[in-house]
Design a protein around this ligand. Structure first.
Ligand SMILES: Cc1cc2nc3c(=O)[nH]c(=O)nc-3n(C[C@H](O)[C@H](O)[C@H](O)COP(=O)(O)OP(=O)(O)OC[C@H]3O[C@@H](n4cnc5c(N)ncnc54)[C@H](O)[C@@H]3O)c2cc1C
Length: 345
């Protein structure tokens, strides 16, 4: 009989973020389809009662918690110790969590401590005839594999954005607290602060319905023989402000800064989409001034509707990579789009 444990860490303020609720949805669905399975929730954070109450109507029969100031920062030593202690207390055979940066860092280490195995980039977990199987992605999301394992405990890291969030209601949950024996070594890393861009400078928005991608064409000489970087910057930022789209980039454009050329200062390698970049999930994508080469379009795998604007009618987008290609000057098109958006807002 399987004991399914979903692990979650709380956010600042004690809430559960969307990825944690997605992992809960995946684990609860697995529990419902796996006859005889037990379902438990494990929570880690400064104070986990509010988080437990917010999901009290989920089908879990037991809530386990680790709380205290030691478990506020994302730190390998304490996060791994907390996860290990909860897994042992639950005697979990299947452990499901969102592949947040925080859990992804400790996932394989905890599996190793418990003699289990770990899978990442999981997008689907299901049970048939009493056997659990999962779907996961390999090779920068180019290949999908379906697999099952007999080794336990089985740690399953769910890719955020791949599931619906659980809609289980709130109530009052009784949480059984788990004591974590912390060594000095587990606490030796001190998190002294968080450096992050200003809120309005944050251009990567996983929840946006549109991914807006910029290519190197924005920096190239245009029909008048001149590059128009200032105009490009204004058009792009104006569009992002009005549309609240998430900003992606081709590798060529983000690489230009490394080569000392004048580029768009709000772009970093974190914006890069593709084989060596990110594979975000958005309902729609619009690519501008980008050629649509294969290593770049690999990153568009999970974009449902793809559109592109390029001057080149023979670009990669024209060869089956986009649903709609506008062979047009992106400077002109985006100026018009911004004008229309300004009227609509
Ligand atoms: C191993 C490997 C991994 C790679 N990984 C990635 C990756 O992860 N992500 C990635 O992006 N690339 C990746 N690349 C690089 C990729 O092959 C391309 O070189 C890169 O994506 C090209 O970027 P680009 O289309 O912005 O630039 P370009 O190829 O220079 O294309 C610019 C385009 O802009 C158009 N243009 C110019 N002006 C305008 C205008 N006014 N209006 C409209 N269109 C205009 C031009 O017609 C042209 O099509 C990888 C390459 C390799 C070998």
């Amino acid at each position: 009989m399987e004991t399914i444990l979903v692990l979650a860490h709380t956010e600042t303020g004690g809430s559960l973020a969307q990825p944690a609720r997605e992992a809960l949805h995946a684990a609860a669905t697995l529990h419902r389809t796996l006859a005889g399975s037990q379902f438990m929730v494990g929570l880690v954070g400064e104070n986990i009662q509010a988080a437990a109450n917010s999901i009290a109507a989920c089908p879990a029969t037991k809530y386990l918690g680790v709380s205290g100031a030691d478990f506020v920062p994302a730190r390998y030593g304490t996060d791994a110790a907390a996860a290990e202690a909860i897994c042992r207390a639950a005697q979990a055979t299947v452990v499901v969590a969102a592949a947040t940066a925080r859990w992804a860092r400790v996932w394989s280490g905890v599996a190793q401590r418990l003699g289990g195995c770990a899978d990442t980039h999981v997008t689907e977990v299901a049970a048939a005839d009493g056997r659990i199987s999962l779907h996961r992605w390999y090779y920068r999301q180019r290949m999908e594999g379906a697999l099952t394992r007999t080794q336990r405990p089985w740690f399953i890291g769910i890719d955020p954005g791949s599931q619906a969030a659980c809609d289980c209601g709130a109530g009052t949950a009784t949480v059984e607290m788990v004591t974590v024996p912390l060594t000095a070594a587990a606490q030796r890393t001190a998190v002294t602060g968080i450096r992050e861009p200003r809120a309005d400078a944050q251009t990567i928005r996983p929840d946006a319905s549109l991914l807006f991608v910029t290519g190197a064409g924005w920096t190239k000489k245009q029909a008048d023989g001149q590059a128009h970087l200032a105009e490009a910057e204004k058009l792009i930022l104006d569009f992002l402000r009005k549309s609240r789209a998430s900003l992606g980039s081709s590798k060529s454009l983000v690489d230009l800064s490394g080569e000392g050329q004048s580029v768009l200062p709000f772009l970093s390698h974190l914006n890069q989409i593709g084989q060596t970049g990110a594979t975000p999930r958005h309902a729609k994508g619009l690519s501008t001034c980008c050629h649509g080469e294969e290593p770049h379009t690999v990153g568009w795998r999970f974009i449902n509707e793809r559109r592109a604007i390029s001057l080149d009618p023979n670009c990669g987008w024209a060869r089956g990579k986009a649903d709609v290609l506008y062979v047009a000057d992106a400077f002109k098109v985006m100026a018009k789009v911004n004008e229309l958006l300004a009227k609509a807002l």
